[in-house]
Design a protein around this ligand. Structure first.
Ligand SMILES: O=C([O-])[C@@H](O)[C@@H](O)[C@H](O)[C@@H](O)C(=O)[O-]
Ligand SMILES: [Mg+2]
Length: 429
């Protein structure tokens, strides 16, 4: 068996995305992702997926060039390669991350997101070569299926008139009744029993009313609200008081570890984050200050599936819960999330996934939730197959774009409907 990498292919794509609202603005009609393929001397191909914005592509290209001649099994070596790839200072100085939702941009955060796509592709290739599923390469699954939550968004029925976009049949959700109707669709279509509402869009009273309406419609079901740091400490505490009896956790109510620590000190409602702790370096302060009770891990943020397991071990040591965050992604990433989630002991919360919002994929077969769960694939590698025709079509869309959609910009998308919109200063309420 020859595991030497002989070819690496990078294919940026633009994927249809509905008009989902968040505190920064609204999703653009198409969003970039990067599909990574590594091929071995034996002709085995592994696939991975990560962010596709220009700043990631700029790093992924020199990274890919350095991989030829290395072994797909040399997963630790990927971090050495990452260190060799220079990050343009303009990409990090004073910048915030994708949609402004992952805090301050650093060179490491960029590098780790790129590593994650290559690590998954190498694991897929290695698994295929050895005839083993990725979860086996991570030490073995401890569960046969992984639970996901319904990721509810305030949304418009369609992108603004005149904007080229795909359409869907979800309808608008702009008030409590719309949010409950959306939740019902999620349960009908995918069987989810946990619900997360993306907040920070309307004044907190309206979002409290929406969560109350969900609690009435789905009594006893786990509920979460995530305003992406849009609230002050005082507002966060007020929301925690009003919803404390129905929330599984409150996600990133306030921005940054010091503010989260203040909120945590004033409420018994657990706080979760995918914003103030997204690197190992941010753990110590947050954990020693008791700022967060659940880390929403994301293998794209943390540098891959093996780092996700290391994160889970650190969380376990400190008695902090772990679950999974999601941004817009396709089936390759969902499969990767499912493999690693299957190996993490004590995963007490359903994972987030945007996947039900994505009508397009690059796989031959979509992954299907049953009863809100995904079965953990046991086929070699990730257990998914790339559909080259679909990949070609979504790449063609990326090639045809004049550059306006190649970098996610939720505020720009909002300006189409509301000229003059800028992402609100934080705290917004
Ligand atoms: O896609 C969005 O609008 C989400 O707000 C996403 O960008 C966040 O990263 C994420 O879902 C979160 O939980 O914060
Ligand atoms: Mg979040």
């Amino acid at each position: 068996m020859n595991l030497t990498i002989t070819d690496v292919r990078l294919t940026p794509v633009l994927v249809a995305d509905p008009p989902l609202l968040n505190t920064q603005g609204v999703h653009q009609p198409y969003t970039p992702r990067l599909i990574v393929e590594v091929e071995t001397a034996d002709g085995v191909v592994g696939v991975g997926e990560t962010y596709g914005d220009t700043k990631y592509l700029e790093l992924a290209r020199p990274f890919a060039e350095r991989l030829r001649g290395r072994q797909v099994s040399d997963l630790n070596g990927l971090f050495t390669v990452a260190d060799e790839v220079a990050v343009d200072a303009a990409r990090v100085l004073g910048q915030t991350d994708v949609g402004g939702l992952r805090g301050v941009q650093t060179a490491d955060k960029l590098r780790l997101s790129v590593v994650s796509g290559f690590e998954v592709a190498c694991l897929d290739a290695l698994g295929r070569a050895l005839g083993l599923p990725v979860h086996a390469l991570l030490g073995g699954k401890v569960r046969d299926s992984v639970e996901y939550s319904a990721y509810l968004f305030y949304r418009w029925a369609a992108h603004p008139a005149g904007v080229p976009a795909e359409t869907d049949d979800w309808g608008a959700a702009l008030d409590p009744a719309g949010v409950v109707a959306q939740a019902r669709r999620f349960t009908e279509r995918h069987g989810f029993t946990s619900f997360k509402l993306k907040g920070g869009v309307f004044p907190p009273e309206e979002e409290i009313a929406a969560v109350r309406a969900l609690a009435e419609a789905f009594p006893g079901h786990p509920l979460r609200l995530d305003p992406n740091g849009a609230w002050s400490v005082a507002t966060s505490l007020k929301v925690a008081r009003e919803l404390g009896d129905v929330l599984e956790y409150l996600e990133d109510p306030a921005l940054g570890t010091p503010a989260m620590a203040e909120v945590a000190a004033g409420t018994g409602v657990p706080l979760a984050t995918n914003m103030c702790v997204t690197t190992f370096g941010e753990i110590e302060e947050a954990f020693t200050r008791g700022a967060v009770q659940v880390i929403l891990s994301d293998h794209h943020y943390w540098g891959g599936l093996r780092n996700t397991r290391q994160l889970a071990a650190v969380c376990r040591t400190f008695g902090v819960g772990v679950s999974m965050h999601s941004n817009t992604h396709l089936g390759i990433s969902l499969a990767a999330m499912t493999h690693v989630a299957a190996t993490v002991p004590g995963l007490h919360h359903a994972c987030d996934s945007h996947y039900p919002w994505q009508s397009e994929d690059v796989l031959t077969e979509r992954l299907v939730f049953e009863g809100g769960r995904l079965a953990v694939p046991d086929a070699p590698g990730l257990g998914v197959e790339l559909d080259r025709e679909r990949l070609r079509r979504l790449h063609r869309r990326w090639l045809d774009d004049d550059g306006t959609l190649r970098d996610r910009d939720d505020a720009a998308a909002m300006r189409v409907a509301e000229p003059g919109w800028t992402a609100p200063a934080v705290p917004r309420w």
